[in-house]
Design a binder for this molecule. Structure first.
Ligand code: GLU
Length: 465
């Protein structure tokens, strides 16, 4: 019987959930779903100084917002430190690892020497076959694993293809530090084994680590997982991503008004394709996903593309779903009356917005329970002439009895003709009085959705000042 697929997502809680990590998560999730396997979340929190609760919360919230849920309990790597140490000691006992008593000065010298000789590894194996003398024991040793001295290590990477590493370039790397804390290379390999991970999909910045972790698996006679290293995401100009690239965490995208469906679709296509198919439901993603089609070169961020995907999904959402998103984003409960008003206008404004935030801007005036507060700058536009026009409009509006978008349009047409003005002459002051700002929503839709009663109240509020 074929082994059950187990993948894992292993973020370090040292910062917010980044979109690069998020794409790694998505690919692991898809791979697990596609093969009826499991995705396990492992929090790599052994670096207590750099880990924070805030980052952990951000990661967990990000994952649940994206709906990429994991199976089983979360594995906190810090709970497994004893086990990591046990493996390091076992390797030591079996002569597959050794204690190294090098001083910092010695290590520095080795580094300088390696730079001079342009060698990619620096440790000169000083303690590989040497017993310590009494004076050496004063130094707290680290434990290094013995890597093969010659030959090569082949990683049959499912994304990159076969990648060969010359073993002489692999240092006898540290697995246990002098304070007895495990290194990432050890902890991650041990956990992957203990969790039964069959497939590791992660960023290609870890490709070199695969050749090293392979040595741990080999030394322990453990089954080596299948690796797939995906190219990193670069900024739109092709450079490596840095913090300066602006909003890059999932939570930033969320607060900028992007929908999780759009983010997922965008990330899926950023580095993977299925013909020229653009939009994928989650079921389609699972159906069509395969590691083979992951691109081998770095993907570039494309904000325009993301915006266009976002507006596609925003437009495809039902009215109820959009109202829920507005309510969640604003952190308010929206009353039945206001919901009805939003529904009247949504179809007219939905296509104008690319993000939820832009959409909210177009309908925000409907969320106000009271007439808006009008700022000084806006008040200046409301000169006596405009106030007089508003008075006349109030009178005409109060006389109409039917309420459809056409009735409202007719009212405006009649009003502008009778007063010999342009639409903007009344639309601009009305926008201010009704919304408090210059909302770019069409004036007919704006008045229609607000309703006769509230429109009249907001105008009279201004007239009575
Ligand atoms: N904690 C590592 C990171 O965030 C994960 C490494 C791995 O996937 O093995 O880069």
């Amino acid at each position: 019987m074929k082994e059950k697929v187990v993948t894992r997502f292993a973020p370090s809680p040292t910062g917010n959930l980044h979109i690069g990590g998020c794409r790694t998560l998505l690919y692991n999730w898809l791979f697990a779903k596609k093969h009826n396997g499991k995705l396990i979340l492992r929090i790599e929190d052994t670096d207590q100084k750099r880990s924070s609760d805030a980052a952990l919360q951000n990661i967990l919230e990000g994952i649940s917002w994206l709906g990429l849920n994991w199976d089983n309990e979360i594995v906190y790597q810090s709970n497994n430190i004893k086990r990591h140490k046990e493996i390091a000691l076992r390797l030591l006992e079996e002569g597959k690892a050794y204690k190294c008593y090098c001083t910092e000065v010695e290590l520095l010298e080795m580094r300088e020497e390696a730079i001079k000789k342009k060698k990619s590894s620096f440790y000169n194996n000083k303690w590989r076959d040497q017993e310590p003398k009494e004076e050496d024991i004063k130094i707290k040793p680290v434990i290094r694993i013995k890597t093969p001295l010659n030959g090569s290590t082949l990683i049959n990477d499912s994304v990159q293809g076969p990648v060969q590493f010359e073993n002489e370039d692999l240092d006898d790397f540290i697995i246990l530090r002098s304070d007895e804390s495990p290194t990432y290379l050890l902890a991650s390999a041990v956990d992957d084994h203990d969790m039964g991970v069959t497939n590791i999909i992660r960023g290609d910045d870890h490709l070199n680590n695969a050749a090293r972790q392979y040595q741990i698996f080999k030394a322990m006679n453990w089954k080596i997982p299948e690796y797939g290293h995906i190219p990193l995401i670069h900024s739109s100009d092709g450079a490596k991503l840095s913090k300066r690239d602006g909003a890059l965490s999932v939570s930033d995208y969320r607060s900028a008004g992007f929908l999780s469906k759009a983010i997922l679709n965008y990330l899926l296509r950023l580095g993977w394709s299925y013909g020229d198919k653009e939009y994928f439901s989650k079921d389609e993603m699972i159906k069509y996903f395969n590691v083979k089609n992951i691109h081998k070169s770095p993907a570039r961020l494309d904000d325009k593309k993301l915006l266009s995907i976002n507006s596609y999904y925003l437009n495809a959402e039902s009215e109820e779903a959009i109202i829920e998103m507005i309510s969640e984003s604003k952190g308010i409960k929206i009353s039945e009356g206001i919901r009805e008003k939003i529904k009247l206008i949504l179809e007219h404004v939905k296509t104008k917005a690319k993000t939820l935030n832009e959409l909210i801007e177009l309908i925000e005036y409907l969320l106000l329970e009271h007439p808006p507060i009008i700022s000084g700058a806006m008040n200046e536009i409301l000169n006596p002439e405009k106030i007089e026009l508003l008075g006349l409009f109030h009178r005409d509006l109060s006389r109409i009895t039917n309420w459809s978008i056409t009735d409202v349009a007719n009212l405006f047409e009649k009003f502008t003709n009778e007063n010999d003005i342009k639409l903007i002459d009344i639309a601009k002051p009305l926008r201010i009085v009704l919304t408090g700002y210059i909302v770019p929503t069409g004036i007919y839709e704006l008045v229609y959705a607000l309703g006769k009663k509230d429109t009249l109240t907001r105008i009279s509020e201004q007239l009575s000042k």
